[in-house]
Design a protein around this ligand. Structure first.
Ligand SMILES: NC(=O)c1ccc[n+]([C@@H]2O[C@H](COP(=O)([O-])OP(=O)(O)OC[C@H]3O[C@@H](n4cnc5c(N)ncnc54)[C@H](OP(=O)(O)O)[C@@H]3O)[C@@H](O)[C@H]2O)c1
Length: 326
């Protein structure tokens, strides 16, 4: 077995250059932990924001003066290569994928992971690259559409930001749930959104998607480019405005609409749901993949050694779907 492992340190908040590679002795899995050799890990928009310590109030969870975890990466896929005492859910040789959340350390060659954490077996039909992305856009969009918006068959949904990691998953999930889907994107991504099943695509550069005559039961602002106030008139009577990007305005709108039976604004930190919820949601997503209702959209793949470049690309805000390092 390898004697050392490679990871990426983040010892202060800042741009992609604060990432630095480190080599450390390979750890032994503690009781109930598995040691995983990582084959692919995601580089996500959220990873970049956490590396930058943005928004500042998130530092309450991440570390007040510097990143507490000190490592980069949250979503990974790989193979179990050793077991700690008392491991019952996995065996050596199992292909797995999971979400390290605030423990970080996924952009690495290896990781020790609690068998009862957000970790599930990877089917052979799903590649390591694809599996590494599922805990970002797919898990978040599934959580928002099914648990936060409770999207129903026949409802109309507007997805703002249809070409990102969350948006490309949300279009496919909303269609699988039986909704009628309108999604916004620039002209260069219109064809992609149609191929994913969007019934209508609105070019956000030419037309404000919220100022059309149509109204929606759910508006999913995947990027935080709008607000409940701006979306209100485009919502039906019991319409839900859902957004995964928390700011003070959204927090205020959630408080103000939380007790009403009319139009509401809702947020959730999908990554912070319990491991049991994650495992259930990932199993739903794998079932959708097995039935050809969902496939993650893959953009670029970088070697793990080029993590800084991968972060720079993700930070352009122009990626389509998902980026991984292998
Ligand atoms: N709350 C949670 O649990 C949670 C979990 C995961 C992620 N998040 C957050 O979710 C957000 C979205 O992440 P993501 O990875 O999906 O984003 P992303 O992939 O980085 O989004 C990039 C895409 O957005 C499109 N875009 C940019 N501006 C747009 C606009 N005004 N209207 C429509 N599309 C636009 C770009 O297309 P063009 O180049 O064509 O413009 C590009 O394809 C991030 O802020 C992330 O931190 C939250």
């Amino acid at each position: 077995m390898d004697a050392t492992f490679t990871a990426w340190d983040v010892t202060r908040y800042g741009g992609p250059d604060v990432l630095s590679p480190v080599s450390r002795p390979l750890p032994h899995p503690a009781p109930r932990e598995v040691l995983i050799r990582i084959r692919a890990s995601a580089v996500t928009r959220a990873d970049g924001l956490m590396r930058a310590g943005h928004p500042k109030f998130a530092r309450v969870f991440l570390g007040l003066t510097r990143p507490r975890a000190g490592l980069s990466g949250t979503c990974f896929a790989g193979d179990v290569i050793a077991l700690g005492e008392g491991v019952t859910r996995f065996a050596v040789g199992d292909a797995v994928f999971g979400e390290a959340g605030l423990l970080f350390g996924a952009n690495a060659s290896h990781i020790c992971f609690d068998q009862d954490g957000s970790l599930v077996k990877k089917p052979q039909s799903v590649s390591y690259d694809e599996a590494a992305t599922l805990c970002d856009g797919a898990l978040t969009s599934w959580h928002f559409l099914t648990r936060i918006a409770r999207l129903q068959p026949g409802e109309r949904v507007l997805i703002l930001g249809g070409s990102g990691s969350l948006g490309t998953a949300a279009i496919q999930f909303a269609k699988a749930l039986g909704a009628r889907v309108t999604a916004s994107a620039s002209a260069r991504n219109a064809e992609l959104l149609t191929s994913l099943g969007a019934d209508q695509v609105v070019d956000y550069a030419c037309e404000d998607p919220l100022k059309r005559t149509e109204t929606y039961d759910v508006i999913f602002d995947t990027l935080g480019v709008s607000s409940f106030g701006a979306a209100r008139s485009a919502l039906t009577r019991h319409g839900r405005f859902i957004c995964p990007v928390l700011g003070f305005r959204l927090l205020r709108d959630m408080v103000l609409t939380g007790w009403t039976r009319g139009k509401t604004a809702r947020f959730a930190a999908a990554g912070l749901a319990t491991p049991a919820v994650h495992r259930e949601e990932l199993s739903d997503i794998l079932a959708l993949m097995a039935n050809d209702h969902f496939a993650p959209v893959m953009d670029r793949t970088y070697p793990l050694a080029d993590l800084v470049e991968a972060h720079r690309y993700v930070e352009t805000g122009r990626k389509r779907g998902n980026v991984v390092v292998v």
